[in-house]
Write a protein that binds this ligand. Structure first.
Ligand SMILES: [Zn+2]
Length: 407
């Protein structure tokens, strides 16, 4: 085992599952344990400005680097709440021969379902023991960043930009950026290391907002309701029936957007409908928001005795628009991938990441690979070669930035 894989295993063994029902930051104490371990390791390496915020974010600045541009590197320490992360015991399957890996009774990692595993035949694959997830998402990212920092400090002669790092908590429950300070972070551009296989440079995500509807009616005993009752339950149902079925997540793919009613609650007094709206283009998102407002006007006029409120809030934005103006973040990552001997592809994610929220907050961010797959499951895997390649991609990318400083 090399030190990168050993480092990953050390982090994976700490239970950092996030908890959406918790109101604390971070949502679970295990995340603080890992953040403290990372803090101590950063301090030991001589990283400056190391600061663990109460809110569950660890910042640091790698000494050295040329003036001009500051690149941030980000990974999240939590694991998905859907699968247990308690007592993770990483198992190393050495010299994997390409056949299905029997992780545990009823837990089989079948390469037939996972063609991304193919290049790693003959190498080592890490999984859990089948009782938990592995947590490569995103402890592989954390290990890659820590190892990259160690190598940069070990080779002070290599020309590179200024580098800052941040480790966040509760990404899996959408709170990763809630307490994030772009001022403290200090990066002009950033890379999250939270993707899958080397080769992909994730430069696009959805633009996202949520629409919260509140409908207040007039409650009257049904026996004497004629001409008087205004029933919010029926208005909520009418609202949902007016959404286009072909623009729902279950009927869209690729770069198609959607409107997704996620939660309905209420009674004859008041009802609430929560929706999320997603689109890859800003114009597309604006058109969907416009449509929400039209629906609101229509329903308010039709049911003029009800009070219908609509609140729309932005959640995150597709970094692609920002990246069009300055292609360096993507282009250098593509070049960094090529130098690691892999054909790069620019890819998009049908979702959002810490990076899309960070882009929305003014720091354009692109996502880089980790070498892992089947995240959020008991069959989650990490190829040791993929992990090493991902580190190589990250370091090469940083050095390409270094070569292109001051024009
Ligand atoms: Zn992740």
């Amino acid at each position: 085992m090399n030190c990168l894989a050993r480092r990953f295993i050390r982090y994976a063994e700490i239970d950092t599952r996030s908890d959406p029902a918790s109101f604390s930051f971070p949502s679970t104490p295990g995340q603080t344990d890992l953040l403290k371990l990372l803090r101590d390791e950063l301090l030991e390496m001589g990283v400056e400005g190391v600061h663990l915020e109460q809110g569950g974010i660890l910042y640091g600045s790698v000494p050295g680097g040329e003036e001009g541009v500051t690149i941030g590197l980000i990974a999240h320490v939590d694991t998905a709440p859907a699968v247990s992360g308690h007592g993770v015991r990483p198992v190393v399957h050495r010299e994997w021969d390409g056949s299905p890996i029997h992780i545990a009774e009823g837990v089989v990692l079948d390469p037939g379902e996972c063609p991304q595993m193919e290049p790693y035949r003959g190498g080592a694959i890490i999984t859990s023991d089948g009782k938990t997830l592995l947590g490569a998402d995103d402890k592989a990212g954390a290990a890659i960043i820590m190892e990259a920092v160690r190598r940069m400090l070990g080779n002070p002669g290599t020309k590179r930009p200024r580098i800052v790092v941040a480790f966040t908590s509760d990404e899996e429950i959408g709170r990763g950026m809630d307490n994030f300070s772009t001022a403290r972070f200090g990066a002009d551009f950033a890379y999250t290391v939270d993707g899958e296989q080397p080769g992909s440079v994730d430069s696009a995500t959805f633009n996202a907002c949520r629409a919260d509807w509140r409908i207040t009616g007039i409650e009257v005993h049904p026996g004497s309701a004629c001409g008087r009752l205004v029933n919010p339950v029926r208005i909520a149902a009418e609202l949902i029936s007016m959404l286009k079925p072909e623009e729902m997540p279950e009927n869209s793919s690729g770069e198609e957007g959607f409107e997704y009613p996620m939660e309905v609650s209420g009674d004859t007094e008041a009802a609430a409908v929560q929706m999320i709206i997603r689109d890859f283009t800003t114009e597309g998102l604006a058109a969907r928001v416009h449509r929400m407002h039209s629906l609101h006007r229509f329903l308010s006029e039709k049911h003029d005795r009800a009070v219908i409120e609509l609140e729309i809030r932005n959640q995150y934005s597709n970094p692609r628009d920002t990246l069009r103006a300055d292609r360096r973040l993507v282009d250098y990552a593509m070049l960094g991938t090529e130098r690691a001997g892999i054909t790069p592809t620019e890819t998009s994610i049908r979702g959002g990441t810490d990076g899309s929220r960070l882009s929305f907050m003014g720091v354009p961010t692109v996502n880089l690979p980790t070498g892992g797959g089947l995240f959020h499951s008991r069959r989650e895997w990490l190829a040791v070669q993929g992990l090493e390649k991902s580190l190589e991609v990250l370091l090469n990318t940083i050095f390409v930035w270094g070569e292109n400083l001051d024009g």
